[in-house]
Design a protein around this ligand. Structure first.
Ligand code: SAM
Length: 273
């Protein structure tokens, strides 16, 4: 496991994923009593963008720093920008919240959060990040096999699946995990993040997910045409059971990201399948 999210924190894909994540969370809190949020691949929880890894990649400079400087960012980015301001104590700082901190800070009294992280060093960081939040816990565990168990323990389940895609079986394990979660909790909502490299990998994944559920929402963001499969050309969120208001949020976020951070030929598309 070589992947460290610290290289990628705050990049365009995090903006896409985290904006949609917060929109789902807010919509679910409007319609559900208590939520059980499960983050199968949690990472460290928070990132210092002035650190060695983030500076080396430069991805945050082309992501969150562009969003923070923009005068025309639509309202859909408000919750993420507020969370970024909060982690920096209201100053224009270099800290960026990962999915665990974004979720932990949004929890209501009856909600709970479990974040799984397999790398021991990131699992320690995750525990420290979550320490102030009584109803959030870090698990040094395999997120794929933990998701369904956690989803069946009460509260409306909302599962974020965000693997590093280092292993060729990640796509198959996502489909398998989604099926297991829905078997345990039929009203569960799932949000899966994917890199967009080439079209066939993405299409094959969607075909597999269509055998799992008839209730998919797909938010596809291409920064450029998918001509070079060796590059991460875009980002996608594939959701199961997403509330109706998430469609609009995904359109607003995707359109702005494609037009402001994309290259010629970049575009965003949101559809239900
Ligand atoms: N969700 C995080 C966020 O948005 O801030 C980023 C997560 S990062 C893309 C993926 C993380 O999953 C890495 O920290 C990696 O170490 C961890 N990981 C890899 N395989 C795992 C597994 N099977 N179970 C749990 N964590 C895993």
């Amino acid at each position: 496991m070589n992947y460290r999210h610290a290289f990628h924190a705050g990049n365009f894909a995090d903006l896409h994923k985290h904006t949609i994540l917060l929109a789902i969370l807010s919509a679910l809190q409007g319609e559900s009593e208590a939520l059980a949020v499960i983050d199968t691949h949690a990472g460290a929880g928070a990132y210092d963008l002035s650190g060695e890894m983030a500076r080396r990649s430069g991805e945050a400079q082309a992501g969150i720093f562009q969003l923070k400087a923009a005068a025309d960012a639509p309202a859909v980015f408000g919750p993420l920008l507020q969370a970024v301001l909060k982690i920096n104590s209201g100053q224009p700082g270099d800290l960026y919240p990962g999915s665990p901190l974004l979720i932990a800070r949004a929890l209501r009294k009856g909600d709970r959060y479990a974040g799984c992280e397999l790398r021991p060093d990131d699992a320690i960081l995750l525990s420290k990040t979550l320490a102030p939040y009584a109803n959030a816990k870090a698990l040094e565990a395999d997120g794929f096999s933990t998701a369904a168990v956690q989803a069946g323990r009460g509260g409306r389940a909302f599962v974020l699946i965000d693997p590093p895609f280092e292993r060729p079986d990640d796509y198959a394990r996502i489909a398998e995990t989604s099926r297991a979660v829905l078997k345990r909790a039929s009203d569960a909502v799932l949000a899966i993040w994917l890199p967009l490299k080439d079209l066939e990998t993405f299409d094959a994944f969607l075909r597999a997910m269509e055998t799992v559920t008839g209730d998919l929402l797909v938010a596809e963001l291409r920064l450029r045409p998918l001509t070079d499969p060796m590059k991460m050309n875009g980002s996608a969120m594939v959701m199961i059971g997403a509330p109706a208001s998430v469609d609009t949020a995904a359109v607003e976020a995707g359109d702005w990201l494609a037009s402001r951070l994309g290259e010629p030929g970049g575009r965003s598309r949101v559809w239900r399948a």
